[in-house]
Design a protein around this ligand. Structure first.
Ligand code: ATP
Length: 395
């Protein structure tokens, strides 16, 4: 049975605005699930509903088989045994680290004799042994967030809820804290739900990602599933950058799991890519091709890497951008702009204007339906590097 069961949850903020439109998610015991999506998609509303801070107007929320929220009933937050961790840390500034953590335990009726060892235990879990007597003002941002996590863990909650907890930290610290929060969650084994609009964070930290847009779930799965097989344009664009190539399906072969596609608006050879059950001959699709899947070979290169499932497109080099460990190469395929990402070593001998071959494994070509109404991504959800001109703009 699921540890957290969210069934068809509806949340209305007014008679004309519905923030959650029938959201269903099952979270397994010990699982770490991220709610990911652009600003305003309803992530925080859902998290607050699980915490009991919002009433819901349809469906139900259960934890460990017990209904905590349904229409007309909201169990108060203090009776839910959930640990909430916010972006703002919410520590009491006039209390030491020890007292910040001990306070909640006292309210839960813990005896003095038990509180000391428990505080020491959770401080060890978050890697803050020895800092018991410091005040929050004497801690770094990362340390304050660790105290907030320790405080939530202290009373052994049945569920941990994180609301963008790393947003106040600088980029480097955020990266290391992602790994650290995941380690802590796995060590204590408490089921966790984590809200973020940062796709990289969601990919690193969670076992499963629930991608939301406009109060609905767009897709849920592992980071690999969402990244490699996005079901919609919205999902393909939200997680990282993807070249999106307008194409028509020429043939499909269930046996090999491959299909052939004709690129639209450009004169280029047919491309072999992956088939999917809901894509049929003559359908219009967009082919998702991640930039790191493209290798750049010479015009005569026919054996570069993928002997069995190789796909190639003749191209010319339009621009080369050196960016340290990963570099961008923009390719022109008969007027179609493709972005490739390669290592600095691959740039050797490559100049703007060169004729080359864009080479990729057919398995890295993934079709998404062309008539996808959810294709637009709010500005907040777009990664900075999506400011780079999109591929698939023919002509
Ligand atoms: P963000 O990443 O910006 O926090 P979010 O995905 O968490 O966004 P929510 O905070 O859940 O989004 O908000 C979902 C929608 O509900 C938004 O359109 C928001 O303006 C609206 N909303 C949130 N709280 C209220 C409220 N108390 N009253 C009315 N509308 C609200």
């Amino acid at each position: 049975m699921s540890d957290i069961q969210i069934k068809n949850v509806v949340k209305e903020y007014s008679s004309t605005f519905t923030a959650l439109r029938g959201v269903s998610i099952d979270v397994a015991e010990g699982e770490f699930v991220s709610l990911l999506g652009p600003s305003g998609c309803g992530k925080t509303t859902l998290l607050r509903s699980i915490a009991g801070l919002e009433d819901i107007h349809g469906g139900s929320i259960s934890v460990k088989g017990k209904v905590l929220s349904e229409k007309g009933y909201t169990m108060p937050p203090e009776r839910r045994n959930v640990g909430l961790i916010f972006q703002s840390y919410a520590l009491w500034p006039h209390m030491t680290v020890f007292k910040n953590i001990a306070y909640g335990l006292k309210l839960h009726g813990w005896s003095k004799a038990d509180i000391g060892p428990r505080v020491a235990e959770v401080l060890k879990v978050v890697g803050l042994e020895g800092l018991e007597e410091r005040y929050p003002s004497q801690l770094s941002g990362g340390q304050m967030q660790r105290v907030a996590v320790a405080r939530s863990l202290a009373a052994a909650p049945s569920v941990l809820l994180f609301d963008e907890p790393l947003s106040n930290l600088d980029a480097k610290l955020r990266e290391s804290m992602r790994v650290e929060l995941r380690r802590i969650q796995k060590e204590v084994g408490t089921t966790a739900v984590y809200v973020t609009h940062d796709q990289a964070e969601a990919m690193v930290i969670s076992d499963r990602i629930v991608l939301m847009n406009q109060g609905e779930i767009v897709q849920q799965g592992t980071a690999k599933e969402l990244y490699e097989t996005p079901e919609t344009m919205f999902a393909a664009k939200f997680l990282g950058f993807a070249n999106m190539l307008a194409a028509r399906v020429i043939s499909t072969d269930a046996g090999s799991g491959l299909a052939q596609f004709e690129l639209e608006g450009v004169s280029a050879p047919l491309i072999t890519g992956r088939a999917r059950k809901d894509v049929h001959v003559n359908d219009r699709v967009h082919l998702s091709l991640r930039p790191e899947a493209i290798r750049i070979g010479s015009t005569t290169d026919t054996s570069h890497g993928f002997p069995d499932r190789r796909a190639t497109l003749p191209a010319s080099v339009e621009d080369v951008i050196y960016a340290g460990n990963i570099c961008d190469v923009f390719l022109n395929v008969s007027g179609l702009r493709l972005r490739a990402q390669v290592t600095p070593g691959d740039l050797e001998g490559l100049s703007v204007g060169d004729g080359v071959t864009a080479i990729f494994d057919s398995r890295s070509i993934w079709p998404v339906p062309a008539d996808d109404a959810t294709a637009s991504v709010d500005a907040v959800g777009v990664r900075v590097d999506e400011d780079v001109p999109m591929a698939a703009v023919a002509g």
